[in-house]
Design a binder for this molecule. Structure first.
Ligand code: A2P
Length: 343
């Protein structure tokens, strides 16, 4: 991307959402060279004013905004909005980095995890896709092992926080925890009353829902199929075997993934630790247990519980946990923008 001495014209689409707000924080904290900033959301938020590191910015209505002049557009307003608006932004010369699922499976659009397949970002045609938050966190731990020993098969179970479903889901978790708190005995001994449920299939307060996303095919959810298809695309391993299960847990921020990985050759724990330690954006916690709370608000993905597989020797089991709003979404989009402006 051409250097711009005065900084780039950056837009955040979905600026009022959980990811959009995190993007704004990260642009400022990483001192991204922003020349001018535009914030866009729905007509509900249009007209409200947001204080930013670049002065007060009035939210614009995406539906009627003119994208002319934007260099980099960070989209996080849902797949429907991306499909409807991202091509028009790209047509005016902006590079769109899209956090939704709209373009991830399009073979002509790069799908990039910064630190894993940076080179892919450089061959775009105006749109670059940011992977699903679960895939992102999992691959930060698994990709270094794949590079070292050739990944053949992975069984992965996610423990996904509610912030991955947006602001309304975080409110629902807090409301339902408060609701159940009124009669804790009923949770223990039975007789609890169903709280209002709007986001998920079942209550998420004090509960675990072994169903994330929507039902897709063969009994798998679309969230599970994303983990399969996006891992194959990012690692450039079209035949990779992945057994996915995606679970929603009552955690505000931080997605955890328990994975067992099998390779083209046996891989030992020491070599696995070395490979992960040598990779950017990821920390090995060899003697500490990394939890979602540890990962929330930080950039690095944390990998712990690295151990040899038992049923089929030579593989590695591990636990990776990362802030789904940061590395899982906003941080990675900005890292992609950093790759673009460095070239
Ligand atoms: P708004 O706040 O105006 O509804 P989250 O997933 O965290 O709830 O965030 C969703 C983001 O996508 C918000 O910024 C939201 O804006 C934006 N959004 C949702 N629907 C639309 C729409 N129809 N047009 C533009 N932005 C939208």
């Amino acid at each position: 991307m051409k250097a711009k001495p005065g900084g780039y014209n950056v837009a955040i689409v979905g600026a009022t959402g959980a990811v959009g707000r995190t993007m704004l924080d990260i642009l400022a904290s990483r001192e991204f060279p922003v020349g001018s900033l535009r914030l866009l959301a729905s007509s509900r938020s249009a007209g409200s004013v947001v204080e930013t590191a670049w002065g007060d910015v009035t939210i614009e209505d995406l539906a009627i905004a003119d994208p002319a002049g934007i260099d980099i557009a960070l989209f996080s307003a849902g797949a429907e909005r991306s499909r409807a608006f991202a091509p028009a932004f790209a047509d005016t010369g902006a590079v769109v980095i899209d956090n939704s699922s709209a373009f991830r499976s399009d073979p002509t659009i790069p799908l990039v995890v910064a630190g894993v397949n940076n080179h892919a970002a450089l061959s775009h045609d105006g749109i670059i896709a940011n992977p699903n938050c679960t895939t992102m966190v999992a691959l930060m731990g698994v990709a270094p092992l794949a590079r070292t020993a050739g990944l053949r098969r992975m069984t992965a179970t996610s423990y996904q926080s509610v912030s991955g479903s947006g602001m309304a889901a975080m409110d629902e978790l807090a409301d339902q925890v408060a609701w159940f708190q009124k009669d804790r005995d009923a949770l223990i001994f039975g007789g609890w009353e169903e709280p209002e449920v709007t986001i998920y299939a079942r209550p998420i307060g004090w509960n675990v829902i072994p169903f994330a996303g929507d039902m897709a095919e063969d009994g798998y959810t679309n969230e599970e199929l994303k983990l399969v298809n996006e891992s194959r695309k990012i690692l450039d391993l079209p035949d990779l075997a992945v057994e996915p299960t995606c679970v929603r847990v009552p955690v505000m921020v931080g997605h955890g993934i328990a994975a067992s990985c099998y390779f083209d050759r046996p891989l030992g724990v020491e070599e696995a630790i070395e490979a992960i330690q040598g990779s950017p954006g990821v920390q090995v916690w060899a003697d500490r247990v990394a939890t979602p709370l540890d990962s929330a608000g930080i950039d690095d993905v944390l990998v712990s519980r690295i151990r040899p597989t038992l049923s089929e020797p030579g593989g590695i089991s591990l636990w990776a946990v990362g802030d789904n709003l940061r590395k899982g979404a906003a941080l990675n989009t900005i890292e992609i923008a950093e790759i673009l402006i460095a070239h």
